[in-house]
Design a protein around this ligand. Sequence first.
Ligand code: QAP
Ligand code: CO
Length: 168
Amino acid sequence: MTTLTILEFPDPRLRNQARLVVDVDKRVNKIIEDMFETMYAADGIGLAATQVNIHERIVVMDISELQNQPQVFINPEVDVLTDTQLDYEEGCLSVPGFREAVSRPEQVRVKALGRDGKPFEIEASGLLAVCIQHELDHLNGKLFVDYISPLKRQRIRKKLEKQHKQLA
Ligand code: QAP
Ligand code: CO
């Protein structure tokens, strides 16, 4: 197992569009394993491959209290099932130390492939719905800070850039 490096805002590689996975093979399963190790080590509940500089449509999540319910979504697609929006204080492993309220559809249907390559479908609401939409955004080069005010986003960018300089 390998812990991967997580890219941090405003790294331009977080803006890449991820490619579809064509074959759910051993190579993809190794990526999934390393993504889980990386996510659990960082105390996260969701991680998209984009965040570890792998530009393929792979998401791992675990929203359970005990971090023992891993979920994998390959080539995920989301359909909105309701007009109702949910406000949630989102964070992101690529925007460490910051949380802001984001409004998203509260109920969605998710179609994806599992780690066995088989298609499945689930309906999601609440945190699960928020998290899968947040992770799918990553695969399309979008971050939760894109939904907040430009002033707040600029403040976060400045603080993280300063940290990155001090760590360099
Ligand atoms: C996305 O985010 C998410 O700032 C997953 O210091 C978050 O796992 C979806 C984390 C909230 C819905 C709601 C963030 C850990 C983890 C931090 C994460 C931090 C340590 C974020
Ligand atoms: Co994120």
